[in-house]
Ligand binder design. Structure first.
Ligand SMILES: [Fe+2]
Ligand SMILES: [Fe+2]
Length: 178
């Protein structure tokens, strides 16, 4: 096994010294500096995606309820609730990084990775939701790779959310087979 030399394993003393300054930035130390705006932009795009997913699942929940399809309606409602929680966690992280969460409704769809859907039959709803979940899985996976060690806290948050999205996609593909 190759042992790391003492220099490879040393802390970045300059980074620690810089952390003493810019107290206005709260938990955000200067090491975030060059990436902070890019990270906030990625998080805001995901926030928009989660909000569009909430709206799509809400629409599908109420439509499926009207069609007396209680089991799938419950699934849509549960997903809507979890996407809303994802949105809250993303917004909270954006503020922690010194940014502003963008909830502006007029630009929501163009900023979202996933689409809204107002179809009226259950199979199409399930398929559209599965597409949106797969888009979410892919974008979170790419973001996690991009973040790597640049912002471990955001990366862990996204890893958590990614696990939920994979579960959502799994549940929906079960419904497709029914
Ligand atoms: Fe989500
Ligand atoms: Fe999801």
């Amino acid at each position: 096994m190759n042992n790391l030399s003492p220099t490879e394993f040393a802390l970045d003393e300059a980074g620690i010294a810089a952390a003493r300054n810019s107290l206005d930035d709260g938990a955000v130390t200067p090491a975030y500096g060059p990436h902070r705006d890019a990270i906030i932009k990625l998080l805001n795009d995901s926030l928009a995606t989660e909000l569009v997913c909430v709206l799509r699942y809400k629409r599908h929940y109420f439509m499926a309820s009207g069609m007396s399809s209680p089991a799938i309606a419950d699934e849509f409602r549960a997903h809507a609730k979890e996407e809303a929680e994802h949105a809250d966690r993303l917004a909270q992280r954006i503020v922690q990084l010194g940014g502003e969460p963008d909830f502006c409704p007029s630009t929501l769809l163009e900023r979202s990775h996933a689409e809204y859907d107002d179809s009226n039959d259950l199979q199409t709803m399930v398929r559209k939701n599965l597409i949106a979940e797969r888009i979410a899985v892919e974008t979170y996976r790419q973001m996690i790779t991009l973040l790597a060690d640049k912002d471990p806290t955001t990366r862990r948050l996204l890893e958590d959310i990614l696990a939920d999205e994979e579960e959502h996609a799994d549940e929906l593909s079960d419904w497709l087979e029914k």
